[in-house]
Design a protein around this ligand. Structure first.
Ligand SMILES: C=C(O[C@@H]1C=C(C(=O)O)C=C[C@H]1O)C(=O)O
Length: 395
């Protein structure tokens, strides 16, 4: 994304000591984070100033500087092995993560999800037969993995408490992700993006990656085996083992306020709608400024994900406009049909019908939080234009 600027919200997060208030725009390629190909806006000051910021930002897990856009990619090799794989992404800047899970909704939601699984009473075989879980078992085999030793995160979660137990409560974000995972049978994860160095790729490990197990003492490292699917960043840190079986410590979600990337994945055919539904649910629960969910699949293998609140909200506006325009197109088509049943101008103009439509929509507007005046003006303009369209059919 050449020419992209660091939004002011990011600038505000940087201590004024190294990021003075007024900025000067220069093109700078990160020497630390080779994958970060953006041009950044850096503040005035000595030439080394911007490099210090980028160098600090490049220290995985210790970042004071979270670049607002992360490119997420699924490697071709993953789709070659599992063509139906879908990786759903949801960016939510500045999530207030609390522990214990409070406000209690995440805990209550997790409890309800647990109760439903208990009521269903699935044993191991029943869990393995769930379409999402069966899909993951097949996917692991397709990439040379062992789904019995390293089940997908959802299967592991379902197994852990299927007998009637409760999952440990971690914090509001993780508990919410776990609740959604139990409900959907899909792996749902929360990643702290500050722990990522540059872009994130789901790909087979080369054998050179370093993985820090969750909750392990500092300095504990594991090396994923070559070919094992991992979430890896540009610096070669693996943030997962065996696809989504375990998450790494560097991106773990801890209490505080953090930019979080939520992932929901499926490996079974037809799972796309389930991934979308889970992401929509997450977006509702997390509230604004959660971004518009994004799906990576065999057709679209890479996408930038912004953690700038303004970008997130604009992404949502664009997605809403898509839906509004699609509905508007349907309405225009129906009005064209109506025109076929009218034979003169007064029938086309139908002033009584116009007033009826305007009255109805202004009353509805209120229910949807739309100012009545806005709805009235919009509809009068729309009807005026469509009436002209109808008249043109008549002529
Ligand atoms: C579609 C009709 O005709 C015209 C277009 C209208 C609309 O867009 O809602 C309403 C009244 C007419 O001006 C109709 O008669 O229903």
């Amino acid at each position: 994304m050449p020419g992209r600027r660091v939004p002011s919200s990011t600038a505000r997060r940087i201590p004024s000591r190294i990021w003075p208030a007024s900025g000067r725009r220069v093109a700078l390629r990160s020497s630390v984070n080779a994958s970060c190909q953006d041009n950044w806006t850096v503040p005035p000051g000595p030439k080394w100033c911007g490099r210090v910021i980028l160098a600090l930002g490049g220290m995985g897990g210790m970042s004071i500087f979270t670049p607002p856009v992360r490119t997420v990619t699924v490697a071709d090799a993953v789709f070659t092995a599992v063509p139906q794989y879908v990786l759903g992404l949801l960016a939510r800047p500045a999530v207030p993560v609390s522990s214990p899970s409070s406000p209690a909704y995440a805990d209550a939601r997790l409890r309800a999800a647990e109760d439903r699984v208990h009521a269903r009473g699935s044993d191991r075989a029943g869990i393995a037969a769930l379409p999402p879980v069966a899909g993951w078992r097949a996917a692991h085999r397709a990439v040379g993995g062992d789904p019995v030793r390293h089940p997908c995160a959802a299967e592991a979660l379902l197994r852990r408490h299927a007998g009637g137990g409760r999952l440990p409560r971690i914090n509001s974000a993780v508990d919410l992700a776990n609740a959604l995972s139990l409900e959907s049978g899909l792996p749902v994860a929360s990643m702290a993006v500050a722990g990522l160095d540059g872009e994130l790729t789901v790909r087979p490990a080369t054998g050179t990656e370093v993985f820090h197990p969750l909750g392990s003492p500092a300095g504990t490292v594991e090396a994923p085996a070559p070919g094992e699917v991992v979430y890896a960043d540009a610096a070669g840190t693996a943030h997962s083992r065996h696809w989504n079986w375990r998450q790494g410590d560097t991106v773990r979600t801890v209490p505080g306020t953090h930019d979080l990337l939520f992932t929901v994945e499926c490996a079974h055919a037809g799972g796309r709608a389930e991934v979308s539904a889970a992401l929509a649910e997450l977006r509702t629960e997390l509230g604004p400024p959660a971004g518009e969910p994004l799906l990576l699949d065999a057709e679209r293998r890479s996408a930038p994900v912004s953690f700038d609140p303004l970008d997130c909200l604009r992404g949502r506006i664009d997605a809403l406009d898509d839906r509004i325009l699609a509905l508007l197109g349907e309405r225009v088509a129906v009005v064209r049909e109506v025109a076929r049943y009218k034979s003169d101008e007064s029938a086309v103009r139908a002033p009584a019908r116009v007033e009826q439509v305007v009255r109805r929509v202004t009353a509805l507007a209120d229910r949807h939080g739309v100012p009545a005046g806005l709805a009235e003006r919009l509809y009068r303009l729309l009807i005026e234009e469509l009436t002209e369209l109808e008249l043109s059919h008549l002529r």
